[in-house]
Ligand binder design. Sequence first.
Ligand SMILES: Nc1nc2c(c(=O)[nH]1)N(C=O)[C@@H](CNc1ccc(C(=O)N[C@@H](CCC(=O)O)C(=O)O)cc1)CN2
Ligand SMILES: Nc1nc2c(ncn2[C@@H]2O[C@H](COP(=O)(O)OP(=O)(O)OP(=O)(O)O)[C@@H](O)[C@H]2O)c(=O)[nH]1
Length: 439
Amino acid sequence: MVTMNETIYALSSGGLPAGVAVIRISGNLAFPIAGSLAGALPAPRQAGLKTIRTRNGLVIDRGLVLIFPGPASFTGEDCVEIHVHGGKAVVNALLQELSAFEHCRLAEHGEFSRRALENGKMDLVEVEGLADLISAETEMQRRLALEHAAGGLSGLYNAWADRLTRARALIEAELDFADEDDVPGSVSDMVWADMKRLRLEISDHLAGADLGEIIRDGLKVVIAGAPNAGKSSLMNALAKREVAIVTDIAGTTRDVLHIDLNIEGYAVKLYDTAGLRETDEIVEREGIRRALRTVADADLVLSLAEIGSEAQRNFPGFVGKVLTIGTKADIHPGETNQYDLLISSATGSGLAELHELLRQDLQARSGMLSLALPSRLRHRTLLGESLRAVEAALASEDRGLDIRAEYLRQAATSLGRITGRVDVEDLLDVIFSEFCIGK
Ligand SMILES: Nc1nc2c(c(=O)[nH]1)N(C=O)[C@@H](CNc1ccc(C(=O)N[C@@H](CCC(=O)O)C(=O)O)cc1)CN2
Ligand SMILES: Nc1nc2c(ncn2[C@@H]2O[C@H](COP(=O)(O)OP(=O)(O)OP(=O)(O)O)[C@@H](O)[C@H]2O)c(=O)[nH]1
């Protein structure tokens, strides 16, 4: 029996007006609905120029129609694309007309991708990659997302899960033969040698998670230092606009502000924070508390001090790199090697060097050539679980083979949760809510 699902539609292209707008339809009724709107449909996957009409015969527009018979389509269902002129009234008229068909409704966020997932066209990591690809703003975000969307990570995790399954099968076989005399002990040796290699591969891969998260979410660079050190002025100079309020009153900045920079294709999130000092003023104290929390979460701290005063080198809860920067070089001429760098936000001196230091820092972090890197906390957590289970299996030599095999099963299950091979129903709503309508 063919089950009747709802046919969904949405404007898949961006804001209107635009040159062309793409309306996508997916589901059992996609072809009959398209036929009713456009008359005879073109051959599969070939664009046909058609007059699009309402059921009352009113012409909506002339546009290109494409049909993609399932399962060889993006969603795995019958899909139709109608490319019309991207005017608001044109698109509204077409969406209005679509809404009048029975069993046909507007798609929810990410619903096309959700159907692709449910029909086995994509797995969870690929779907996440697709969401990241759509929101990518820098070149490295794009490359990382494409690697994930195209199955780079999934292939790795599936191959690992298959190795774990094979290892378990060999152990099961050994258990079955255990009461016979000539047990091939070498099988077991082979299994554990491979599991040792796997442990190394997973832990090497996990070591790339820091970089993956930095590429996806941006390098968090926090400007910190005493009041009036020139933090907000540096932020504005790098943003090339007046993001933060600058005054000569110490303690001006209270909230944490941030801007996005693109340094050689890497996303950098630059934070301006309240000046650090002892104070009884309640609002300023809260600002300082937020500043310290932001610093603790940083990837890199720019510790600013007006030339002549000491730049703070240690921050509570922060273990990463601190760059010390002497500020207001225009009014403090002369050399000093007390700081890593001298700048003047007023004249712009030293800003190119700062940019270069950030670039070098990013380059030093991105030693790896492959972009098959975990990029979400979800990946990191599940990989950690999998690694610990492999470790437990390797470490329980004195225990029964059945227990060791159970650890390997757990390791494969954790990997399966990453790709969605294993139950992930609870996760789907969270993941798809990130999507735009029409994807
Ligand atoms: N007009 C248009 N452009 C688009 C998309 C789209 O849906 N429509 N895409 C949407 O994301 C992306 C392209 N991705 C696509 C992925 C799979 C299939 C597809 O039909 N897959 C079938 C057949 C594969 C084949 O013949 O090679 C399949 O996987 O079975 C189409 C587009 C980007 N550009
Ligand atoms: N001459 C000179 N003055 C600067 C420079 N950078 C900042 N100043 C001045 O120093 C004062 C404080 O600058 P801000 O950028 O507000 O300093 P801040 O560190 O953000 O200060 P708080 O918000 O109080 O923590 C202002 O009067 C700025 O005009 C610079 O490069 N040269």
